[in-house]
Design a protein around this ligand. Structure first.
Ligand code: HEC
Length: 135
């Protein structure tokens, strides 16, 4: 009996800890988003008209997973389509952001404004960053 209770307590603790991790990456991501992304993609993630594509409900973000790390680090330009609408503008690079910071930003944008996605790990982002196309 004692063993079962110990096991249960341990499981609950692990669950709590992992949730704390998720909340931390989301909260940190929001702070970074406000500093580095909000100007263009806006507070509600809806972007701005024909200039800046939305992140809220965006099919391109949803399909990209950890791959979006490359756009955050190196920027993005040229014609793209988001939810059927074409954009052809320039997103600035963020060379100074670390892999951890990029992970946190992705976990925020992937789970804010009604978006939903499993939390991306630092490992996945580091692998994605190694594979980014050189400019
Ligand atoms: C200077 C304005 C600007 C800033 C700042 C900016 N973006 Fe962008 N973002 C753009 C533009 C413009 C595009 C589309 C580029 C194109 O037309 O090829 C884009 C495209 C994207 C896309 C892919 C398209 C989509 O909507 O899913 C993602 C994801 C994205 N940005 C995330 C971010 C994140 C996260 C940050 C903060 C680290 C950020 N952006 C900062 C302007 C910006």
């Amino acid at each position: 009996m004692a063993k079962i209770i110990t096991f249960l307590c341990f499981s609950v603790l692990l669950l709590l800890l992992s949730n704390c991790g998720n909340e931390a990456t989301y909260a940190e991501g929001k702070t970074l988003y406000d500093q580095h992304c909000l100007n263009c993609h806006m507070e509600d993630g809806k972007g701005l008209g024909e200039l800046y594509p939305p992140l809220a409900g965006a099919d391109m973000l949803k399909a990209s997973g950890a791959g979006a790390a490359c756009w955050i680090r190196n920027g993005l330009k040229g014609p793209i389509k988001v939810n059927g609408i074409e954009y052809d503008n320039v997103m600035t690079a963020n060379k100074h952001l670390s892999a951890i910071e990029i992970t946190n930003i992705l976990n925020y944008v992937n789970n804010a404004w009604g978006n939903k996605r499993d939390f991306i790990t630092l490992d996945e982002v580091m692998t994605a960053l190694e594979g980014c196309e050189e400019e």
